[in-house]
Design a protein around this ligand. Structure first.
Ligand SMILES: NC(=O)CC[C@H](N)C(=O)O
Length: 195
């Protein structure tokens, strides 16, 4: 059985745990660097990327997360997508730099702080109910990035190798198709956990 961790420093952790359980995997809330050795994939949840980055530094997670993401799958939702991007718009400093995208934070503007949209997602037969909360979008993606979904002309779901990102929050719905997609990526990945 595959074990999927959720970075438990800040944000929507518990909702992801429920989705991991729902797709038949073992879930772990990751609060220490050592726990990274025992998981097959990691989710970086939504929340506030600047706050999460502070905790990442405080608990010594920066290097270990960069190393983990070079070998094993990571799925970032919303703030998690901000943390994974190679570049941030507006001259902000990037964080983990594990996927070749430029991300614009809070990109949908004040009037549309939170909204739900039915999205057409590549390889999903019916639209996905996407919940956006002060969401970022992908402003620019490198040639090796696979675009999975767009909303109003902006990329909101993408993947490169074993890194998956969504600007929205699948964990706040009961639709587990993104978790299933991530699980497929975990199963295809060659680096098994040490447990
Ligand atoms: N729901 C979210 O994760 C919001 C993300 C937040 N606006 C950020 O930039 O970090």
């Amino acid at each position: 059985m595959k074990t999927i961790g959720v970075l438990g420093l800040q944000g929507a952790v518990q909702e992801h745990v429920s989705h991991i359980d729902a797709v038949g995997c073992k879930s772990v809330v990751v609060k220490t660097v050592e726990q990274l050795e025992h998981i097959d994939g990691l989710i970086i949840p939504g929340g506030e990327s600047t706050t999460m980055r502070r905790f990442i530094d405080q608990y010594g997670f920066l290097e270990p997360l960069m190393k983990f993401g070079k070998q094993k799958p990571i799925y970032g939702t919303c703030a998690g997508m901000v943390l994974l991007a190679n570049r941030l718009a507006g001259g902000e400093k990037p964080h983990l730099q594990l996927i070749d995208i430029t991300v614009k934070r809070n990109a949908f503007g004040r009037q549309r702080d939170s909204f739900e949209a039915k999205l057409n997602v590549k390889a999903m037969e019916t639209p996905f109910p996407a919940v956006f909360i002060r969401a970022p979008f992908v402003e620019e993606a490198g040639a090796n990035v696979e675009i999975l979904a767009e909303y109003e002309g902006h990329i909101v779901a993408a993947r490169q190798d074993h890194i998956l990102v969504t600007a929205f929050h699948p964990e706040l719905t009961d639709d587990t198709r993104f978790m299933k997609l991530f699980l497929q990526m975990v199963k295809l990945n060659k680096s098994a956990s040490t447990l």
